[in-house]
Write a protein that binds this ligand. Structure first.
Ligand code: HEC
Ligand code: HEC
Ligand code: HEC
Ligand code: HEC
Ligand code: HEC
Ligand code: HEC
Length: 378
């Protein structure tokens, strides 16, 4: 009796604590392109959509509409053509989350929605990883502390020298010597580290022409990285989105919660003048090194975060890894390649037998030649 009570209590607690997805909140990102009962925007009016199509189809379409369209589904193809071939971005939502959105659309009540929107207006998330969220604040990096250490060391040397020869407040000379020696050691270490990093730009975080936030787009609004960096799966480059792509949403979203119209207006200006937006590059390898995104994303099945960190939590992008040769090689020595599932690797029969006979647990990038100089240098 007691145990059943306990179990139900625990189940009840779990249920009430596991947050049900909030359809109204999730729909906010869709509202950039869709209305319910107020007509067509960039995408169709979603009123009655659950009667037009069954849930399983809708879930598939919302996950990745392009996949459904490319599969030749006649309804989807017609929809796409009727909307001037504007692609709807893919959404990495769970089935539960999409069902919550569809429930919200099904039970949509305009007055209730207006009241809820008014109540929800100030609800911009206030923290990231427990720290208060400040729009576009510059990140404090250890590098800056380094610079400070450098300056403090120089100041200490100068003060010691002045005291040693002029003011003579401290009588024991060995104290001066110790201070000077320690400071020289610190300065040399900082200099060596800085020299090694010359030309590299870890922690680099430039001002951009538009205060574009990955946290707001990829984090809060869960826009897929590949929607904007669409060439990342096709080519060497991830590339930067054109102002036309921003306009897919921003001809409707004309105002931001933090920057009002000031920043978004710069997109319209770029379109009017026909000038592209001059994004400042953060990551930049020297010309003699070859790096290919598609190879790492599609063939290697790596996630963006492995090399770029938690971009979805960054307002201003900064470079998380040093992109030095050691960093590339370190991963290639230890990282498993998709050897069994990729038919391309049939061309390594010796490695295949080693794997089958259990002499190797898995094949690393190194094993297939990923640390040969010529793979990365022209
Ligand atoms: C950038 C604009 C954009 C955003 C954001 C967007 N959609 Fe769409 N959606 C479209 C377009 C355009 C179509 C028409 C099909 C096409 O062109 O691919 C569409 C079609 C649809 C359809 C099919 C409608 C029908 O009549 O059968 C559904 C369902 C849908 N979207 C749901 C969503 C949901 C849910 C979200 C938010 C998670 C969302 N969309 C976000 C642009 C968008
Ligand atoms: C798929 C839709 C979508 C695309 C594409 C998109 N945005 Fe946004 N953007 C949004 C949404 C949604 C918001 C949030 C509006 C709000 O604050 O409620 C937003 C907000 C903004 C803001 C204001 C932030 C603030 O809070 O003040 C700026 C600036 C911005 N976007 C710039 C861009 C630029 C530049 C591009 C193109 C590189 C772009 N956006 C592409 C949907 C999009
Ligand atoms: C709405 C469009 C949009 C989405 C979604 C988006 N990005 Fe970006 N991304 C941009 C724009 C615009 C820039 C250039 C401005 C800047 O650096 O902030 C950029 C810059 C970057 C850079 C820095 C490039 C460099 O070296 O200068 C990286 C890395 C990056 N994005 C990764 C990602 C990842 C990872 C995701 C998914 C979590 C993502 N992006 C989602 C638009 C987008
Ligand atoms: C294996 C590491 C790695 C992975 C995984 C990776 N990147 Fe990169 N990324 C780099 C390197 C290295 C550069 C610098 C390339 C250069 O300067 O030629 C870069 C540059 C970029 C740039 C600047 C523009 C360009 O084309 O060079 C963007 C944007 C970007 N990455 C986005 C992404 C996105 C989005 C993903 C996930 C879909 C991703 N990256 C996954 C290593 C990686
Ligand atoms: C987080 C791990 C990781 C990092 C960091 C990384 N790579 Fe890779 N790299 C891989 C994987 C996994 C593959 C294997 C993909 C495949 O199966 O072909 C690969 C393959 C390659 C290849 C093709 C090798 C071959 O034998 O065909 C080149 C070239 C390459 N990477 C260059 C670089 C460069 C340059 C850097 C640094 C700027 C880098 N990689 C950083 C994981 C990584
Ligand atoms: C997995 C990719 C990769 C492989 C394999 C590789 N390199 Fe590099 N190498 C790089 C990258 C990336 C840089 C640029 C590093 C930077 O910006 O500091 C670089 C830089 C260099 C430099 C310039 C010095 C420097 O630090 O900038 C030399 C010289 C060099 N590599 C020689 C070699 C030789 C010799 C081999 C073969 C033993 C080799 N590399 C193999 C990726 C690689």
């Amino acid at each position: 009796m007691l145990t059943t009570l306990l179990v139900t209590a625990v189940l009840f607690i779990q249920k009430s604590y596991a947050q049900a997805p909030d359809g109204a909140q999730l729909f906010q990102v869709c509202s950039a392109c869709h209305q319910i009962g107020k007509g067509k925007l960039i995408g169709p009016d979603l009123k009655g959509v659950t009667e037009r199509k069954e849930r399983a189809w809708l879930i598939k379409f919302i996950h990745n509409s392009q996949e459904v369209i490319q599969s030749g589904d006649p309804y989807a193809v017609k929809l796409f053509e009727d909307h001037n071939k504007v692609p709807m971005p893919p959404f990495a939502y769970s089935d539960d989350q999409i069902n919550a959105i569809l429930d919200y659309i099904e039970n949509y009540n305009p007055e209730q929605a207006a009241a809820a929107a008014a109540a929800a207006a100030p609800a911009i998330p206030q923290t990231i990883d427990g720290k208060p969220y400040v729009f576009m604040e510059e990140t404090k990096h250890p590098w800056q502390n380094f610079r400070l250490t450098f300056l403090v060391s120089i100041a200490l040397i100068i003060i010691s020298l002045i005291d040693l020869f002029l003011t003579r407040l401290i009588k024991a000379k060995f104290i001066h010597v110790i201070i000077i020696l320690i400071s020289v050691a610190v300065i040399s270490e900082v200099t060596v580290l800085e020299a090694k990093a010359l030309g590299r730009q870890q922690y680099y975080e430039p001002d951009q022409p538009i205060a574009f936030s990955h946290y707001i787009h990829a984090g809060q609004n869960k826009i897929d990285c590949k929607y904007c960096h669409f060439s990342v799966t096709l080519s060497k480059y991830a590339g930067f989105p054109s102002p036309q792509l921003c306009m897919n949403c921003h001809n409707v979203v004309r105002q931001g919660k933090h920057s009002g119209t000031a920043e978004i207006e710069k997109i319209y200006k770029a379109i009017e003048t026909g000038k592209s937006i001059e994004w400042v590059r953060v990551h930049n390898l020297p010309d003699h090194a070859y790096f290919n995104h598609a190879q790492h994303i599609i063939v290697g099945k790596l996630d963006c975060t492995e090399c770029h960190g938690e971009v979805a939590k960054m307002d201003r992008i900064h470079q998380v890894n040093n992109l030095g040769m050691g960093w590339c090689i370190q991963c290639h020595r230890t990282r498993e390649v998709q050897f069994k599932t990729n038919p391309f690797y049939a061309k390594y029969p010796e490695l295949q037998t080693e794997l089958q006979e259990g002499r190797k647990a898995f094949i690393t990038v190194d094993d297939i030649g990923g640390t040969n100089c010529s793979k990365c240098h022209y």
